[in-house]
Design a protein around this ligand. Structure first.
Ligand code: ZN
Length: 246
C-alpha cells in the first residue's frame, strides 16, 4: 500500500494543487491527512473542497481546524493566527464548516501506521526537540507514526539502545528506509506554510510494501498564494513568510 501523507495545508490552494499534481494518483493508493487543512491561507473553501475530492483514507483535525470551525476558542493563538482563524470562520460555507467540526482528534491508528497532528499524547503538543520526540516515541502504538504541527520536515527513530534524528537533504528528496527493530516518528513537513527554511511545499509518501518513506518538496506558485492573502486583508506577515519558508 502506498500512502500520500499531507499535513498543514493551511488553506493554500496553490501548494495543494502542486503536490497533488506531482504525486500522481498512480503513485499512491491512500491519502492520509494530519490536520490544519485551513487557517493562515486565503482559500479555505477551495482547499476543503479539494481535500474532500481526494477521498482520503483518514483525516484528523489540527488546532487551526478546531478554532476556524468554532470547535475551540482562539486562546493561545498569536494575533495573526487568531485573525486568520476568525476570518476563516466567516468564510467557510456551512457544509465545509460541518466537515471540519466532524474531523476526529488524533492519534489514530490507520492500518499499520499511526497518525497524529501534534504528538501521540496530545494533538496540540509541538514535537520540536529530540527530548520531546523520545518521550513521544515511547507512547506510539505503531512502529511508524506520522505527525505534523511544527511545519518542519524531520524524522526521529529509536531502537532499544539508540536514538537519532533524520534531517532531510536540502536539495534532493529524502528516502528513509525503515528498519524493523526501530520505532519512527516522521513529519512530512507542511504543504501550505513550510517553516524549515525551504519555501517549497512538503509532503510524504510511505510505501508499506518496500517499507520506505519518501520526503518530497515541490515548488508552487508562491506569489499567487501571497497576493490572495494580501487581497483578502489577512496579515501581510502570513504572505511574507511563504516566500522564505519560515
Ligand atoms: Zn499548522
Amino acid at each position: 500500500m502506498r500512502y500520500l501523507v499531507l499535513s498543514d495545508i493551511h488553506a493554500n490552494l496553490e501548494a495543494l494543487e502542486a503536490v497533488v499534481a506531482i504525486a500522481r494518483p498512480q503513485d499512491f493508493d491512500r491519502v492520509l491527512i494530519l490536520g490544519d487543512i485551513v487557517g493562515y491561507g486565503a482559500d479555505p473553501n477551495a482547499v476543503v473542497d479539494r481535500v474532500r475530492s481526494l477521498h482520503a483514507h483518514a483525516i484528523i483535525r489540527g488546532n487551526h481546524d478546531k478554532v476556524a470551525s468554532g470547535v475551540e476558542s482562539a486562546e493561545g493563538f498569536n494575533q495573526a493566527a487568531r485573525f486568520a482563524a476568525m476570518w476563516t470562520l466567516e468564510q467557510l460555507t456551512p457544509d465545509n464548516r460541518d466537515f471540519l467540526t466532524s474531523l476526529p482528534a488524533g492519534p489514530l491508528v490507520v492500518d499499520d501506521v499511526e497518525i497524529c497532528h501534534g504528538s501521540p499524547d496530545d494533538e496540540d503538543e509541538y514535537v520540536f526537540e529530540p527530548v520531546d520526540a523520545i518521550e513521544s516515541l515511547r507512547g506510539t502504538q505503531r512502529p511508524l507514526c506520522f505527525f505534523g504541527h511544527t511545519h518542519v520536515a524531520i524524522g526521529y527513530w529509536m531502537s532499544a539502545d539508540t536514538f537519532d534524528v533524520i534531517v532531510p537533504a536540502s536539495e534532493a528528496d529524502t528516502e528513509i528506509e525503515l528498519v524493523a527493530e526501530r520505532r519512527y516518528m516522521i513529519n512530512p513537513g507542511s504543504v501550505g506554510q513550510p517553516r524549515d527554511g525551504d519555501p517549497r511545499a512538503a509532503f510524504g509518501i510511505f510505501d508499506s510494501a518496500t517499507n520506505k518513506v519518501l520526503l518530497r518538496r515541490v515548488p508552487y506558485d508562491v506569489s499567487s498564494a501571497q497576493a490572495k492573502i494580501v487581497k483578502a486583508g489577512l496579515p501581510e506577515g502570513l504572505a511574507r513568510r511563504l516566500g522564505v519558508g519560515k
